[in-house]
Ligand binder design. Structure first.
Ligand SMILES: [Zn+2]
Length: 287
């Protein structure tokens, strides 16, 4: 082989390598950022196979994305109450894949409510709260193979982020569940758009969450919209990205009009910023 031919071959080889690297980067770019903390997402590489593997985490089926060429990834939601340390996802009956959940400290938020019944509900309210919780948990646990979930969500309403995800909350100085969603402040009546294609799985007027919509984006990716003034969809409707589903309001336990937006993977509420393309940096770090 002449020296020149060798050089050309070498150049072609380098070109091929560059192409392969950019292809892999492109494939990885469609995945959410690996953020293995309570309220975060663990992106776990699964063994290669022709069909997408079936994975479970803490009894809930996990969203799996990828292909035989790019490899399969389990997009695993980690609950806010998860204990840092070694966790596992289950593949089939015998195979387990370990991953490490790192600690994360969220800030505190203290809210004063004048409606004492919203802090310490009456016995008759507790029955209603229990009933409504069942509907919401069933929606969050729902598994639907019909839709291929989009791993990029649009901001559902225009307005400033008024309360970040994960805050440890105290209502009238009493500790309550952490903030399992993201609040966006907007005037009453502002339109709320679907952040991705989905099926409406539940709507209702709930004690704490007020007028609420639950959307199923497929494979356990669920989103919830609370405190609305108007609901423009009904259970069973299919909504496309940017369809108007309702309007911002101040129904339920609120101090003013805003949208409370929860995003859930495998029944774990996660930071919606992790799936948003236009997230701001300002509320990102709460460590
Ligand atoms: Zn909220």
């Amino acid at each position: 082989m002449t020296n020149k031919r060798f050089q050309i071959l070498q150049l072609l080889g380098l070109l091929l390598l560059a192409l392969l690297i950019s292809f892999n980067t492109f494939a990885a770019a469609n995945l959410p950022k690996h953020s293995p903390v309570p309220g975060g997402i663990a992106v776990i590489v699964l063994p290669s196979s022709t069909q997408p593997p079936t994975a479970f985490y803490r009894g809930n089926r996990v969203l799996v994305t990828g292909s035989q060429q790019t490899g399969w990834y389990a997009i695993t939601g980690i609950a806010l109450k998860a204990t840092p340390g070694t966790h596992h996802i289950q593949l089939g009956d015998a195979q387990k894949i370990a991953f490490n959940v790192k600690p994360k400290t969220y800030k505190e938020q203290r809210i004063t409510l004048t409606n004492k019944r919203q802090v310490n509900p009456a016995p008759m309210d507790l029955e209603r709260i229990g009933r409504e919780k069942k509907v919401m948990v069933a929606a969050f646990k729902h598994w639907n193979d019909q839709l291929t979930p989009s791993l990029t969500l649009l901001k559902p309403v225009q307005g400033p982020y008024s309360s970040p995800f994960g805050l440890k909350r105290f209502f009238n100085d009493q500790p309550r569940n952490p903030h399992s969603g993201l609040d966006i402040a907007a005037a009453e009546g502002s339109p709320i758009q679907a952040p991705a294609k989905a099926i409406v799985t539940a709507t209702g007027d709930y004690f704490f969450n007020g007028k609420t919509i639950l959307l199923d984006h497929g494979q356990g990716l669920i989103s919830m919209y609370c405190h609305l003034s108007e609901i423009n969809v009904a259970k069973g409707d299919i909504v496309n990205t940017k369809d108007i589903i309702g309007q911002v309001g101040k129904t339920g336990r609120v101090t003013g009009p805003h949208l409370h937006w929860s995003v859930s993977l495998n029944n774990a509420r996660i930071n919606p910023f992790l799936l948003m393309s236009d997230k701001p940096d300002i509320l990102e770090s709460s460590e």
